[in-house]
Design a protein. Structure first.
Length: 211
């Protein structure tokens, strides 16, 4: 089998279904934008908190506040340690909020894809076992609705055609049985072969569930 030549990365069409792919893009970009905004807000809040806590009018007032907060033995290391503590706490809180938000969004969005994929798989498994009465039923906000509709249409067409073949084989079998009763001996062998063929088609179709 000859494989199709793959186009270069620059010539590939990456946006195949804008509506479908756009939902993934929005799902990824919006939380990221929210995270950046919350991160900026948290950073400003931490800076403002430190500024309010160590607001001073002169050097003496700053020394007094540092002594009150950190003690008389305060060093630059202790000051920066307190600043880093604000930053670490803010980042931990933001990371937790981001993780929870992304988890919820992922579960909600993936459910709209995983559910339809599971239903499509079950319907095909039923069809492989001969049950052509099952159809893919999706909810209003599920993805892959167009694909499910096309597959349902294919099953409808297949079920209808097999049903017509079943009706024709039954009619052919009944007709041949009537003809055998009145046919001369030299034609009975040929009619019996046709009847065996009709019976074989009927038996093969009997494995399908059509209603």
């Amino acid at each position: 089998m000859t494989e199709a030549k793959r186009p270069s990365p620059l010539k590939r069409k990456y946006v195949i279904d804008l509506k479908f792919q756009g939902k993934f893009i929005v799902t990824a970009v919006v939380p990221l934008m929210i995270f950046v905004l919350v991160l900026a807000f948290g950073f400003m809040y931490a800076v403002n908190s430190i500024a309010r806590e160590y607001q001073f009018e002169n050097t003496a007032e700053l020394i007094q506040k540092l002594s009150t907060t950190l003690g008389n033995d305060a060093t630059s290391g202790l000051v920066f340690q307190k600043v880093k503590l604000y930053g670490v706490l803010a980042l931990c809180a933001l990371a937790l909020v981001m993780a929870l938000s992304l988890s919820i969004l992922f579960v909600l969005f993936s459910h709209r894809i995983a559910g339809p994929v599971m239903r499509i798989q079950r319907t095909f498994e039923d069809a492989l076992h001969g049950d052509l009465t099952q159809r893919i039923r999706l909810r209003e906000k599920d993805e892959l609705r167009a694909t499910a509709d096309q597959l349902n249409h294919m099953l409808d067409s297949l079920q209808s055609r097999i049903r017509r073949i079943d009706q024709m084989s039954r009619f052919m079998h009944d007709t041949l049985e009537s003809m055998l009763l009145e046919a001369p001996p030299e034609k009975k062998e040929q009619l019996l072969k046709l009847d065996d063929l009709a019976r074989g088609v009927k038996e093969a179709i009997a494995d399908f569930k059509l209603q």
